[in-house]
Write a protein that binds this ligand. Structure first.
Ligand code: ATP
Ligand code: MG
Length: 495
């Protein structure tokens, strides 16, 4: 795709030598002019010469138009975004807007505005221009009459550097800035399905969870972040080894340990949209395929509570047998995820969550299916300190910390429960005292449960013991009976 058109394109070396010889001639002419030309006309003559010199200066101008053919010009779009960070005190007019769903103000150059950027010592002059195409060509049939473009001017000798490094840098910076500004989307099934056909409906994903706010084992958190970083960087690697560019995560743990929060943290970290696939609501394999094909690249597909959302019949049950009423099969899901879905898109992440890993179908747990199994566990002391600093702004030691640490070792309490307790008061002491009470109560419940369980086990043991004794007694009785029968058979006179 030709993204630029250029003006004045003679070779750099020929222009440079022309420039040098012209500069030398002007110097010579200036010294002669001082002697030969009278003072009043000297300035006029010199400025006329400068004008001629200027029109021949070895500058190159890239013209970056808004569209290239039928599609938008990516360099133009990138320049629009990038240049709003370069607006200086010399800029006189800028355009400001905000869309209803946008997070921040959008700032753009106004037509006719110029600005200067520097890249590795190279001076780059930008200018934003609009021309009325109807004025130039009254027969132009296009309804829009305004043609918008940027001009980027620099010294001809930097042509390679600008095209090879600076323009890619502008594209990259603009991508990063767009990512920062982007409002993430959360897609769910449309409300009128199945009457209206299946499709995704989106709302803004404004879940504030981030890796910083997530209470989880620090090593595990770092491992997840490293894994995500490696994944997004490895486009070429996946291509080289012939694998679809996708990554699967299985998040498991009790309710309230942060599985959904981790999904949101991943989405916020990568700036990926989230597709929340409620399997229980999908009736047929064909609908599932349609949904999966409707997901975009650079997105996260989440299937929550995989153990209980839907009773997916597995391959063994459907093979050769009558199809179930619900026509969605586990094989349909897994085949599609491994096959067509992942090979027709890029940078796909799929996440399954469950409260009961042990109840999952082995087909889901097979090596190679989910790349990383992440255990979200009950609140640890480290997790509690993070929550305390987030919820109560406590950054130093507190006299209740020791007690809380001991209690947390002996209780199973979820981060969700701890967080809820910390939210009950803005006063640090009151909130922490409330948490201590909660933990003590939980410990007591745990102890009681344990005692109850022990009692049950003891009773069971006793019952089994009694049964065993009874059966031993029975066995003995039978054995005695048999032996006396045998004896009486051998010596009938004795009995
Ligand atoms: N690890 C955590 N770190 C920080 N906050 C947490 C964590 N776990 C839970 N929370 C808090 O509890 C709320 C509920 O947690 P979340 O929905 O992520 O749990 P879950 O594991 O997905 O539960 P479920 O299994 O019921 O879906 C979150 O909105 C968050 O405020
Ligand atoms: Mg959840």
């Amino acid at each position: 795709m030709n993204l630029f058109s250029t003006r004045e394109m003679p070779s750099p070396s020929s222009l440079f030598s022309a420039y040098a010889s012209m500069a030398a001639s002007i110097m010579l002419f200036r010294s002669m002019a001082n002697e030969l030309i009278p003072q009043p006309v000297r300035g006029y003559v010199l400025s006329a010469i400068k004008y001629v010199f200027k029109t021949h200066s070895p500058k190159l101008t890239l013209v970056i138009e808004e569209s290239s053919g039928m599609s938008r010009n990516q360099v133009y779009e990138a320049a629009e975004v990038y240049l709003c960070t370069k607006i200086s005190s010399n800029t006189e007019r800028i355009r400001v807007s905000k869309s209803p769903k946008g997070k921040n103000l959008t700032i753009r150059l106004e037509k006719g505005e110029k600005l200067v950027d520097f890249y590795e010592g190279i001076e780059l002059k930008w200018k934003f221009l609009c021309t009325d195409s109807k004025q130039n060509n009254p027969n132009d049939p296009s309804p829009r009459s305004e043609k918008r473009y940027f001009e980027l001017t620099f010294h001809m000798m930097h042509k390679e550097k600008v095209l090879g490094c600076y323009v890619p840098y502008v594209l990259e910076r603009a991508d990063a800035m767009k990512d920062e500004e982007r409002v993430l989307k959360m897609y769910t099934l449309n409300a009128n399905y199945p009457y209206n056909g299946i499709k995704w409906e989106s709302i803004n994903l404004e879940h504030p969870a981030t890796f910083e706010t997530l209470a989880m084992d620090q090593e595990l958190k770092n491992a997840v972040i490293d894994d995500l970083n490696r994944f997004v960087k490895r486009k070429e690697f996946y291509k080289k080894v012939g694998r679809a560019w996708k990554r699967g995560y299985l998040l498991y743990g009790p309710p309230g340990t942060g599985k959904s929060s981790l999904v949101a943290a991943m989405a916020n970290y990568l700036k990926f949209d989230v597709y929340d696939l409620q399997l229980a609501n999908v009736l047929r394999d064909s609908d599932l395929r349609k949904l999966l094909l409707g997901t975009a690249n650079r997105s996260i597909l989440v299937i929550e509570d995989i153990d209980c959302t839907v009773d997916l019949p597995d391959r063994r049950h459907t093979d050769g047998k009558k199809q179930h009423d619900v026509q969605l099969t586990l094989s349909g899901l897994l085949n599609f995820i491994d096959g067509l879905w992942s090979s027709c898109g890029d940078e796909r992440i799929i996440i399954f969550t469950t409260n009961h890993k042990d109840r999952l179908d082995p087909a889901l747990l097979r090596p190679g299916r989910m790349d990383m199994h992440i255990h979200m566990s009950y609140c640890t002391y480290h997790g509690f300190k993070l929550l305390a600093s987030n919820y109560l702004d406590i950054h130093n030691h507190h006299h209740l910390y020791g007690e809380i640490q001991d209690l947390l070792k002996e209780t199973e309490v979820t981060p969700a429960h701890v967080a809820e307790e910390l939210m009950k008061s803005e006063d640090v002491d009151t909130a922490l005292e409330g948490l201590v009470k909660l933990l003590k109560r939980k410990k007591l419940e745990g102890d009681e449960c344990e005692a109850e369980a022990e009692k049950k086990t003891a009773a069971k043991r006793q019952k089994t013991g009694n049964q065993q004794k009874k059966s031993v007694r029975n066995n003995r009785r039978i054995a005695t009976k048999r032996s006396s029968k045998r004896l009486s058979a051998r010596n009938p006179n004795l009995y």
